[in-house]
Design a protein around this ligand. Structure first.
Ligand code: R5P
Length: 290
């Protein structure tokens, strides 16, 4: 069934798209991407997709990713069925109007992607806020890669790891990673000690003498993780690892995290980097043929 699909590798998701195609036994279509002298992006799907079932795989990390996705959707307009896999949906943190006059960026993007009526179905891996999926005009399904993080950590053989989310917002992620393997988990909280002193510590567990894995959905500048790692190191953890779904690693994120005493950084291939030790390809492929 899956082998009949044609996988269109977006400019930002070449490796993952190829892996998904391999999982399905499907063809990964040849595409061309280049820039015009003024910086505009040129996108072409070279292989024929008329009346075919196509799956576009494209993460939206920077603005180029969005332009390329819109171009690909337009390029495959003659396909019989078009599914879009967005391994990393950027702009999802701007999920509501925090101040008057602001754009709800995730809604603007969702509207843009589903507006032309070409896309039939959308899959998004670990969107920062699932409510954003309601902004798409077509069925948008959430895929959870957290269990893959747990499986990786279990296989890696880290002894009795404690899974720590850097804030309350990461509690569900920490639980999804930890629970299937019986790992302990907790989140960090800020506690005011006096008028000008705030400490950050795990809410319930002690990390002293433990191996700790800090988990978050996104690592961008690394600031959140570096701060968490420093606090955990000060509390005498043995080894500290970091695992995330989407590793953007912008600016000097890698340096900040490693300087904070982290032994290793683990991410999935929703955004491709040297830290992409876990692939979401099989999870995505399995969903595509459901
Ligand atoms: C925030 O709500 C997210 O879950 C991440 O904690 C955040 O995006 C990480 O950003 P940074 O790496 O820049 O601290």
């Amino acid at each position: 069934m899956g082998e009949k699909m044609k996988i269109i590798p977006g400019i930002s998701s070449q490796l993952l798209a190829t892996r998904i195609a391999a999982e399905l036994g499907a063809e990964a279509c040849l595409c061309e991407y280049k820039r015009f002298p003024d910086g505009e992006l040129y996108t072409r799907v070279i292989d024929k997709v008329k009346d075919e079932e196509v799956v576009i795989v494209q993460s939206l990390m920077a603005d180029t990713g969005l332009i390329a996705l819109l171009q690909l959707i337009d390029a495959v307009e003659e396909a019989h069925k078009t599914t879009v896999v967005i391994p990393y949906l950027g702009y999802a943190r701007q999920d509501k109007r925090f101040r008057p006059g602001e754009a709800i960026s995730s809604r603007a993007i969702a509207r843009g992607i589903s507006f032309a009526g070409i896309v039939d179905k959308i899959f998004v891996v670990n969107v920062h806020n699932r409510a954003v999926l309601e902004y798409f005009d077509v069925e948008a399904r959430h895929l959870d890669a957290a269990p893959l993080l747990g499986e990786y950590l279990a296989k890696r053989g880290i002894v009795d790891p404690v899974i720590i989310g850097p804030d309350e917002g990461a509690r569900d992620l920490a639980k999804s990673v930890a629970a299937p393997h019986g790992f302990e988990y907790d989140v960090l909280e800020k506690k005011r000690i006096s008028g000008d002193e705030v400490i950050i510590q795990p809410k319930e567990l002690s990390v002293k003498g433990k191996n700790v894995v800090i988990v978050d959905d996104i690592i961008s500048t690394g600031g959140t993780i570096a701060e968490a790692a420093s606090m955990i190191r000060a509390r005498e953890a043995i080894e500290i690892y970091v695992a995330c779904i989407h590793g953007l690693f912008v600016q000097n994120a890698t340096l900040r995290i490693l300087n904070a005493g982290v032994k290793d950084i683990i991410a999935t291939d929703t955004i491709e980097s040297i830290f992409s030790k876990i692939s979401v390809a099989k999870m995505v492929a399995d969903e595509l043929i459901k």
